[in-house]
Unconditional design. Structure first.
Length: 241
């Protein structure tokens, strides 16, 4: 049911990290953040991505951060909520992180495209391996923070992987966004892959526009981690329009 919600489209904030003054995980406030998103009407949470991505792995916090969010959602949501876990690194690391997420009850993995020295063929093999563990959400990341340029042919092949359920497009570039959508739309499975905007600079335009005959069904955004009830309302207005 949660994957059906992901495919249909919803608001998915990128979950921030709550720290104490001495920069340790603040479990009470971390749980409070999760409860805030549930109360604000978010349809899902992405954990281990965005502001919870960059150093939690080195600090040994990936498991506790993923576990806190999953436990809170399971105990308090009372409705379907999509739980998306971030995975990054080379194939072995990404598969191991997907296995951790699966064990904690996550529904899908948002797969970072940043692997130093990797070409498109490697990224496709890596996504296929991760997809043997959990459904995959692709990620087109802006180059300003290390995202690679990915061709329409890559996105066509990526969308045809049987485990791919959605793609978050966040290159912050109109041309690259359109190229990726065209690639996905040309895939045999293209209609089965949900499009999510991560373009913080073009949220409303993405939600209202039509691109290569396809529409964005939702957003997976760091910008939606604040004023979330307003984001839920904006999303509802966009869907109604």
């Amino acid at each position: 049911m949660s994957l059906d919600l992901l495919r249909a489209g919803t608001v998915i904030p990128a979950h921030p990290l709550a720290l104490t003054a001495d920069r340790r995980l603040d479990e009470r406030r971390q749980r409070a953040l999760t409860r805030y998103y549930l109360a604000a009407g978010a349809g899902g949470l992405a954990v281990g991505v965005h502001t919870t991505q960059f150093t939690i792995r080195q600090a040994g916090l990936l498991r506790p951060v993923l576990a806190l969010a999953a436990e809170t959602v399971d105990a308090e949501a009372g409705r379907p909520v999509v739980k998306v876990a971030g995975a990054c690194g080379d194939t072995a690391q990404a598969v191991a992180e997907a296995e951790l997420a699966a064990g904690l009850g996550y529904h899908a993995v948002l797969l970072s495209p940043v692997v130093p020295g990797a070409d498109e063929a490697y990224l496709l093999r890596r996504a296929r391996a991760v997809g043997e563990v959990l459904p995959v959400v692709g990620f087109y990341l802006q180059p300003a923070i290390g995202g690679p340029r990915l061709s329409p042919a890559f996105w066509r092949a990526f969308a045809d992987l049987p485990s791919v359920v959605a793609v978050k497009l966040a290159p912050f570039d109109r041309y690259r966004t359109l190229e990726a959508v065209r690639g996905i739309a040309a895939a045999d499975r293209g209609a089965e892959v949900a499009l999510y905007t991560g373009n913080d600079d073009h949220i409303v335009g993405d939600l209202l526009g039509e691109f290569a005959g396809r529409r964005f069904v939702g957003g997976l955004l760091g910008q939606w981690a604040v004023w979330t009830r307003a984001a839920v309302g904006l999303f509802a207005r966009a869907r109604a329009a």
